[in-house]
Every structure is written in structure tokens, then in C-alpha cells.
Design a protein around this ligand. Sequence first.
Ligand code: AMP
Ligand code: ZN
Length: 478
Amino acid sequence: MTLAVYNTETRSKQVFEPVEEGKVCMYVCGPTVYDDCHVGHARTYVAFDTIRRYLEYKGYGVTYIQNFTDVDDKIIARAVEKGVPPLVLSERYVQEYFDDMGRLNVRRASIHPKASETIPDMIIVIQGLIEKGYAYEVNRSVYFEVEKARDIFGKLRHQSLEDMRDGARIEVDEEKRSPKDFALWKAAKPGEISWDSPWGRGRPGWHIECSTMSWKYIGRTLDIHGGGMDLIFPHHESEILQAEAYTGQQFVKYWLHNGFLEIDREKMSKSLGNFFTIKQVLERYDPMVLRFFLVYTHYRSPIDFSDAAMEEAATAFGRLTRLHMLLKDTAGELEEGVIPDLGEPDEDVLKTAFGLRKDFLEAMDDDFNTRVAIATFFEMDSKVKDLQKAGRLDRKHAYVLLSTMEELTAVLGLVFVEKEGRGIGGELAGGLVQLLIELRTEARSRKDWATADLIRDRLKGLGVRLEDGATTTWKLER
Ligand code: AMP
Ligand code: ZN
């Protein structure tokens, strides 16, 4: 089966053929870390986590780069407000990001480079752009001269330079040769965080960070570049200009952009104030209900966030959870990784399982259509009810359907955590959590923060929240 993806650049669905057979290099723009993430951010990162999972399921080796924008006006302003150094503030929100995403079962990227740690590389690229005649210095700032790259301009915006009115959604600045030009390096303002550069102290512009990181960590045409639709212009258009002017190569093969999470038809955003943080939503809902809510819409369509929509998702996910529980209970004790010898399943049940998998994969191959893919689980639910009615839901049949369901829900990053009193609340699971807490305490005493955080994040992803005090205690999130 072939995967087709919708490419914003060609405005069409195309067969997905990565540059190198069997390998996918993808880059997704990361958050600006000055506050807790809202559910709009969750939408984007869950969407690309699901895309990555599916590519891996299909057998690709995936390298996933996602940056943290930790040098930015908003961070500086918030740090001044709170009276903390900007990098202390941003580091705190990097950790909050990992915490929130861990709960939503969003896997960490292969690399999470930070802008603050990539400045020497950005300087190399900016110098290169000046040497090649694409950028100029004025008053210790450096700008990209868009006019010089007119052949490259417009790939995503689908407009020529002439069609773009000066000053429309771009800063008009006396210093620049043209209002269309954008900053690669900004001269430091008094008291602001800054770094040394050939042009004096200053800090990089936003767009240059992603072009530089792609070049530094991948060094060739990216197979996929992603982000929310708001990034198409000017951010991604500017990334193309910088990267292609610098390397002379195609920057990205497939541009994927997800739709917004909206409230009353308006994009959820910090600036509009119409947002709910992930933490707020998870006070009321299971993390898997939120993830299900997000993947139950195709990634390019808008999602309307409301209480009613969340309740609907909770009900639908509840149905799948009950289906999973029923299959698990019926299949009985299973040893992890071992295919049990339960006898030959009936042909029609095998066919049903294969058919459901085929439908699921066909939907995912169609530009990652998770909405249609999820419908196969509801179909499975109906089939299971039929089998039950006919008295044919025995161990072997439950096992065939359960393994299909678990294989496919894992592609969507959905896990079914058992409720208290069934698995996790039981003696063995409780003992295991306690053992992990002891290992974590031991890691902390060695100052091995990475291991300590990993244990905390992974438990959190499973719905177990650790609370550090004189001793560490745990409780279930639900
Ligand atoms: P920011 O931190 O604002 O730069 O955003 C980080 C990522 O989250 C970008 O890819 C945005 O497109 C995405 N994003 C922000 N708000 C929303 C939203 N309401 N719906 C979907 N994605 C969003
Ligand atoms: Zn970016």
C-alpha cells in the first residue's frame, strides 16, 4: 500500500517517496517556551507524533527534529515580568512541555535543539548568506534581502513578490532596504540577553533557527517539514528562502500543515486569551481522552474545542476502553511477547481482523486519515458484539482481535490503562511503581536527573503522578 500526503507546496496529495529509501527526516517547529502549552499546541504535537508513529509502523527509520524557541521577545518580556533570567524561565517551560506531552504519550523527538544552544551555527549561516549576497548588515543588525531571492519566493504563499503588499503582516522598519526583508540578527537593546557575533552583541531572528537546525542535524533536503497552518507565512516561507539561498538545494520535499484547534471558530491562542492549558484540561479528563479527541479529527481539518465535544470524545473512547477490556478479559492471561497456542481461529474471524487492519492502514495511507482509521475500531466493537451474541467470543477469537486492536491503537499513540482495582491498583503493579520510585530516588541522589525525569515522565504517561516531598508518593491521575 502506498502512502500519499498532502503537500502545502504543490497543493495536492502526492505519493510519499522519501529522498533516501527507507529513511525519513522530519522537522517540526517547536514551541516558544514562555508559558504552559495550551491544547492548541497539543493538537500540533499529537498530530506529528502520530505521523511519526505511522511512518515507523510502515518500517521507515525516522529522524525527528523538533526545536525549542528559547530566545524570543515574549520570553524576554515574561522573564522581566517575573524577575528571572530568560533562560531560567524557558528551561522551566521546556520541562513543563515534556511533562504535558509525556502524559499525552507524545514521544520525545530524536533531538530537541534549543535556539540558545545553536547560536554559533546560526552565525555561520548568516555569514554565509551575507557572503552569497542574500543578506546585509545595517546598524549591527542583519537582514535577509527578499528581492535577491525572488526566484525562491512564494513556494508556500503561492504569490509572487509583486503580489505581496509592503508591510502586510510584516514589520515596516526604517532600517531595512525593503519592508519585505526580515531580521536574521537583531542588535542587542540595552539590558537584553545577547550573544557575541561578528556584528556586535545581539540575538538571532526567529526564522533562521529552523533553517540552521535542519542543516546542522540533517544536512540535506528534509522529507517532511511540519507545523500549524499559522506558520506557513511568514515563518516557513522565510525558512525556505534562507535554507535554499544558503545551500542551493531544495529545503523540503513535503510540507505538512495541521489545522487549528479552535474555540467558537477562532484559533485558540495565548494572545487572544481564549485558551485552556493542557494541565487544566487534564484536571478534568484522562490524558488518553484528550489524545483521542485530538486524533479523532483529520490533522488538516479544524477542531472545535468545547465541553460538549470533550464529553463526546470521552464517551467514544469509553466505548473503545470497554471493548479493549472485554477482549483482554476474554483472552485471559497472556505472556508479553509470546503468541499463545489457543487453537486455530475460525476463518471468518481471521478475515474480520485482517479486513479491519486493511481498512485502518488504507485510511492512514490516505494522508494519515485518523478519523476514518478510528472508525474501524467501532466496527470491531460491533463485530465483537455479534460474536458474543453467537456465543463465539472465546479466548482464541478475543486474542486475534485484541492483538489487532493493540497493534493499531499503538499507531495512534492510544493506550488503555486499566482502572484502579484491576491492574495498576493491584499488589504487583503497586509494588512495581514503588520499585521505580526507589530507583528514581537513588538516581536523584547520584544527581542523575535524566534518569529521574525519565521515570517520572513515563509513569506520568501511564497515569501515575509522583509527588515529591520528604518521601515520594504516587497517585493515579484518574
Ligand atoms: P508557538 O509556541 O505559538 O510558536 O506554537 C507552536 C506550534 O503550535 C506551532 O506549530 C503552531 O502552529 C501550533 N499551534 C499554536 N496554536 C495552535 C492552535 N490553536 N491549533 C493548532 N496548532 C497550534
Ligand atoms: Zn520553524
